[in-house]
Ligand binder design. Structure first.
Ligand code: CDM
Ligand code: ATP
Length: 280
């Protein structure tokens, strides 16, 4: 039996506007991070030595590059924690899909190990530690559906209607860094207010570029758009559409082309991690 089991939920970017580029190359953006009740799971067991061991190894990701291991080491360094951990990662989320799998795994590792090692870091301190490893990690540490600005780390929790989402995961991996480095990317969208988004919606500034570069993304977008307004999340490759009920989303999922994997998940305002381990 592991000492602690924690979920690592996915997110969708309900819109993604790129409003500028910082001198360090990172992009200022506006987005709405919608958490989903679907994701990976981490089983964490304490070790008496200070080793961090992760199983299984993900295809193409050496153990030391896995964000879970990086997060655990960063926490050890920041706090002087001497204990180690064996972590088993049940991977369900497609990698490089724009649904934040690696970031969420890292956030759950930070939250779980902070608890098991008695490090005593507050949620904002853990989020700041996570931000150094990836722009999408803070929202999973804060564990709330949120409006985000800056590079994605300035967060404001927001209560959204809890809709159902059909997510299609075209069989390709999109590198976030490569999309953000493309010359053709539009980087000058005018900032909008939360109220304007809630009234009129928004778009994904990376979508046309990614669909042009990756035919499987284009195909999935075209197919899903026949049934409901479809959008890409993050820098892709996943795309999604919102439905009022699970049954409606499942009915469309059942009709999808057999070669496109997909799932249905509920949008949630609070991550299940928050309920497992409430903290300051
Ligand atoms: C596009 C989003 O998925 C929206 O949620 C995220 O902002 C990406 O977050 P992430 O995958 O955690 O990204 P990171 O691992 O921090 O960065 C990957 C690469 O994407 C680029 N990057 C990322 C976030 C950002 N606001 N501006 C950027 O330019 C940088 O080149 C960086 O080297
Ligand atoms: N635990 C992990 N799970 C998935 N990918 C990981 C993990 N650790 C490191 N990585 C690396 O990070 C890359 C991006 O992974 P991830 O699945 O988080 O992408 P993503 O869903 O596009 O994320 P985001 O929306 O945050 O940009 C992977 O291709 C992989 O090389």
């Amino acid at each position: 039996m592991p000492d602690l089991t924690l979920p690592a939920p996915a997110k969708l970017n309900l819109f993604l506007h790129i409003t500028g580029r910082r001198p360090d190359g990172y992009h200022n953006l506006q987005t709405l991070f919608q958490l989903l009740d679907y994701g990976d799971q981490l089983d964490i067991s304490l070790r008496s030595d200070s080793e961090i061991r992760l199983q299984p190894t993900l295809p193409g990701v050496p153990e030391q590059d896995n964000l879970v291991v990086k997060a655990a080491r960063a926490l050890q360094q920041a706090t002087g924690a001497r204990r180690g951990a064996d972590i088993y990662l049940h991977k369900r989320l497609p990698m490089g899909g724009g649904i934040g799998g690696g970031s969420s795994d890292a956030a759950s590792a930070l939250i779980g190990l902070n608890h098991l090692w008695n490090c005593g870091l507050s949620r904002p301190a853990l989020a700041a530690l996570g931000a150094r490893l990836g722009a999408d990690i803070p929202v999973f540490v804060e564990a709330r559906t949120a409006w985000a600005e800056g590079i994605g780390e300035q967060l404001q929790a927001i209560e959204m209607p809890e809709k159902w989402f059909l997510v299609l995961a075209p069989k390709c991996t999109v590198s976030t860094a490569s999309i953000f480095s493309r010359r053709e990317l539009t980087r000058d969208t005018t900032a909008i207010t939360v109220a304007a988004f809630l009234e009129r919606g928004g778009r994904n500034d990376c979508q046309a570029l990614v669909a042009g570069l990756y035919p499987p993304v284009d195909e999935a977008l075209r197919w899903l758009s026949q049934h409901s307004p479809a959008q890409m999340t993050g820098t892709g490759a996943c795309i999604f559409a919102a439905f009022a009920s699970a049954a409606q989303a499942q009915a469309v999922l059942a009709q999808r082309p057999a070669h496109i994997p997909g799932f249905v998940a509920k949008g949630i305002n609070r991550s299940p991690v928050y309920d497992r381990l409430p903290m300051s």
